[in-house]
Design a protein around this ligand. Sequence first.
Ligand SMILES: [Zn+2]
Length: 52
Amino acid sequence: MSGKIKHTPTNEVHVLRADGKTGCGCDPRKNSSHWIKVGSGSKVTCDKNGCK
Ligand SMILES: [Zn+2]
């Protein structure tokens, strides 16, 4: 399942890949309290390769 996920300490929205990592290669499962799933209509604000 893929979608979008927000890193709450930075307020950045990232792409969430089917493998569970963000498009830019972070693993939200390592600090799951820092990440919340957001709706597909949310704008991706991460500008790293893989998310933008
Ligand atoms: Zn990202």
